[in-house]
Structures are given as C-alpha cells and as structure tokens.
Design a protein around this ligand. Structure first.
Ligand code: NAD
Ligand code: ZN
Ligand code: ZN
Length: 402
C-alpha cells in the first residue's frame, strides 16, 4: 500500500509499504477513507518534538471502514464506518477508568510510564504506524474506534479524530462557562475549535490571537474579538478592552513552535527574550533540517506560555493544549505563582469527548467542515505538507484522500 513515511527530520516520502496485519486479538485493520495533516505532524517533521524513528508512517487523524477484526473485538463488524481517535487507550487500566485515556498504562509498548500512545508519533509514543496511508492497524479496537452514524460524512467526522476533542478538552478543563472572558492563543484548527467550544460552553467574550490574516478572519466569523500580534500588542489590547481586569481563562493553542512578533508594538518585548528563545530551541531541537523557508521551526518556543501568564487575571486559569516536548522547561513560574494562577494542561483523552461532540455534529449544532480549507490525494501529500509548513494564507486544515 501507499503511505507517507518519515525518513528523517525534513525528509518525508510517499512509499510503497507492506499492508498492516492483525497482530493481537484486539486489533482491527481499518481502510482509511479520509485522513488529515495536523500541526503536530509539522512538529515531527521539523524536528521540534521527540525522537522519530525512521520508517514511521505519519498521521494520527483518520476515518475509515473496518476491513478486518481480531477475535476479541465484539462491538464492531467488518464494514463499519469509524472514527479513529488519535490517542490509544486500553479501556480497563486505572487511568482509563478515570477517563484519563491519554495516560493509559497498558497501551504504550514502551511501558506504563512512557505516557501518551498515539498513531504516527515519536518513539516514546509507541511508535505505532500512522493513518496517512491506505490502511492502518488499530490496537485495543473495541475501545479505540468510534462508530460513525450514516448521516455524518467523512468530511464532517475527520475533525473529530483529534482537533475538535482537543480544543473542547482545553475549554472543559479550564471550566469555561457563562460570563467567562477567554483568550485563545493561536487560530490554527485547534484554536478555531477552541473558539467553537468556548461558544458551546457559554463564554461571554472570546479574544483570538494570531498573525495570519485568513485564520483571524475565520475566528472573527465565529464571533471572536481578533488581535494580530504583528500589528498590536495583544496584552495591552486585552487590558484596554477589559478595563484592566484581563482574562479569566487563557487557552494556549499554539505550542512549542510559537513565533515572536516580527513587527508592531509587541516586537520590542519579544526581541528582549531573543537569547532565551534561541537557547530553548537548541535544547528541544538539536537537529534541524531547514531547507530555505521549508521546515523552519517557530522562533520563540515559550512565547505563548509567557503571553498566557501575562494575559490571565489574578486567580485566573491557563489551559495548555498546544504541544510541548518533555525537554522544554521554560515557564514563567514566578509570575504565575504570584498571580495565584491555576494551570491545567495535557494531551487530549480523545475517547472521552468524541461521542459527545459527534452527536453535536450529527444534529447540526456544529459544522466542522468550515475549517477544512484544502483536500489533496495521498499522491499529493508531500506537496500538501510543504504548503502547510510554509504557513501560507488560506491553508488551515488539509484533508487527505487515499
Ligand atoms: N494537547 C493535545 O492533545 C493536542 C492535540 C492536537 C494538537 N495539539 C497541538 O496544538 C497546537 C495547535 O495545533 P494546530 O493544528 O492548530 O497547529 P497550527 O500550527 O495550525 O496552529 C498554530 C497557530 O498558532 C499561531 N501562532 C504562532 N505563534 C503565535 C503566538 N506567539 N501567539 C498566537 N498565535 C501564534 C500560528 O500562526 C498558527 O496559526 C500544536 O502545538 C499541536 O501540536 C495538541
Ligand atoms: Zn492532530
Ligand atoms: Zn488504559
């Protein structure tokens, strides 16, 4: 079959590989009917998170049709249409029983202390072969597949695999609710769905921050109050628009590849931290493979974290769902401590939220397809990655059809 294979940092190729096989009784083989490229995939290819193993098939977002099942899988049959949640959970360990599925103690081949297991990730996450392929093996399939109702299309379902649940998780753990003033840092797909989720949970004001015009336009269409960090100083604007009271909740939907402002009044503040940012980047990404403008990592790993602490009201909450590798230890802890901030964060326990959000999509409360900006075939996937990597205007979320 065809699959997108990681060959090294900045080196991904569409290759002919062996078909996946059932290895355990609780496995299923799914024929992928739609997958997608995620901001997390860019971290992996640019080399900013974790050690990737050569030969790993990328991709952790997919919908498909069950082609084969192991004999321990009793709740599905061949031919069922399913969503594949990005993270893998066993469904019976103590973590899973607390619905903390992304900290499953059974599913990671590296052992119970290895942390989150997900498709197409670094060595520490399995590694499991990913879904940017024609077929994928899903372990613990009775727990790790969600059946798709007939009336929900693949295009509606693909964002339920990772992005929408992650964003909703970020809002849920921060206790977004009626009356809350929320800042969403980053207007990529996760940021867009963080705005959607805050609306669903009743937030009264949602500020959205980015520097890409088309992404801010989409955020504004959703009703967010938008700020371009290359034109204005976001912290100052939020202070001004809240009469100095700042935000109850700040959701970091940026992660480790944050950029510092390159123009406007916030540029000076970012420049002051240039040396720190450079050191952070060296510590997390010792091996880069920048080719011109391609595969260039963000220049300010802790920028979004620092901004979040600055924008949160005393006693407020920061919710970190943007991805940070274990190697990053830069966080303005003193400032956060002295503001009595609550900090919540983590990898999304997808299985916890997908059924709830799937129902919202099924009954038409949310139309996730508005976030899908491009569709390409598996044959075109390397080119699609390259466009997406360049942060081009209008490229928000790319669906991939095998
Ligand atoms: N916690 C989880 O379980 C989980 C799941 C999925 C994705 N993620 C992570 O969430 C993050 C966002 O994912 P995505 O697919 O939306 O990625 P993305 O790269 O498309 O979006 C990030 C956005 O942040 C913007 N940005 C950069 N610097 C900024 C700054 N200083 N202030 C405000 N905005 C800034 C970028 O312009 C971009 O639009 C990534 O780090 C991804 O790995 C985490
Ligand atoms: Zn993803
Ligand atoms: Zn488990």
């Amino acid at each position: 079959m065809k699959a997108l294979v990681f060959n090294g940092v900045g080196d991904i190729r569409l290759e002919e590989v062996d078909l996946p096989k059932i290895l355990n009784d609780n496995d299923a083989i799914v024929r992928v009917t739609l997958s997608a490229i995620c901001g997390t995939d860019l971290h992996l290819v640019r080399g900013t998170v974790g050690q990737m193993q050569k030969g790993t098939i990328l991709g952790h977002e997919a919908v498909g049709v069950i082609e084969q099942i192991g004999k321990a899988v009793r709740n599905f049959t061949v031919g069922d249409r399913v969503i594949i949640p990005s993270t893998v959970a066993c469904g019976f360990c103590p973590s899973c029983r607390k619905s903390n599925f992304s900290q499953c103690l059974e599913s990671n081949p590296n052992g119970p202390e290895a942390g989150t297991t997900f498709f197409g990730g670094p060595k520490s996450s399995g590694p499991l072969q990913g879904c940017q392929a024609e077929y994928v093996r899903v372990p613990f399939a009775s727990v790790n597949l969600v059946k798709l109702p007939e009336e929900v299309s693949d295009h509606e379902a693909i964002l339920l695999s990772d992005i929408f649940p992650t964003a909703y998780f970020g809002a849920d753990i921060a206790k977004v609710g009626p009356g809350k003033v929320v800042v969403v840092l980053g207007c990529g797909p996760v940021g867009q769905f963080a705005i959607t989720s805050c609306k669903l949970l009743g937030a009264s004001r949602i500020f959205a921050i980015d520097n890409i015009g088309s992404r801010l336009d989409l955020a504004r269409k959703q009703g967010a109050e938008c700020i371009n960090f290359n034109e204005e100083d976001p912290t100052e604007i939020i202070k001004e628009l809240t009469k100095g009271t700042l935000a109850d909740i700040v959701i970091d939907a940026v992660g480790v590849e944050a950029e510092k402002p390159s123009s406007g009044p916030a540029k000076k503040e970012g420049e002051k931290l240039k040396k720190e940012f450079q050191q952070e980047l060296e510590s997390i990404a010792p091996k880069l493979n920048v080719q011109g403008k391609q595969w260039k990592p963000g220049d300010a790993p802790s920028q979004a974290l620092r901004a979040a602490v600055g924008m949160a009201a005393p006693g407020g909450t920061i919710s970190i769902i943007g991805y940070y590798p274990p190697e990053l230890d830069a966080f303005p802890i003193g400032q956060a401590m002295n503001k009595n901030l609550n900090i919540v964060m983590g990898n999304c326990p997808h299985k916890k939220y997908i059924p709830l959000l799937l129902e919202k999509v099924r009954i038409g409360v949310v139309d996730p397809t508005t976030i899908l900006s491009q569709e390409r075939t598996l044959e075109e996937i390397v080119e699609a990655y390259k466009h997406f990597d360049l942060r081009e205007e209008g490229w928000i979320k790319v669906a991939i059809k095998p």
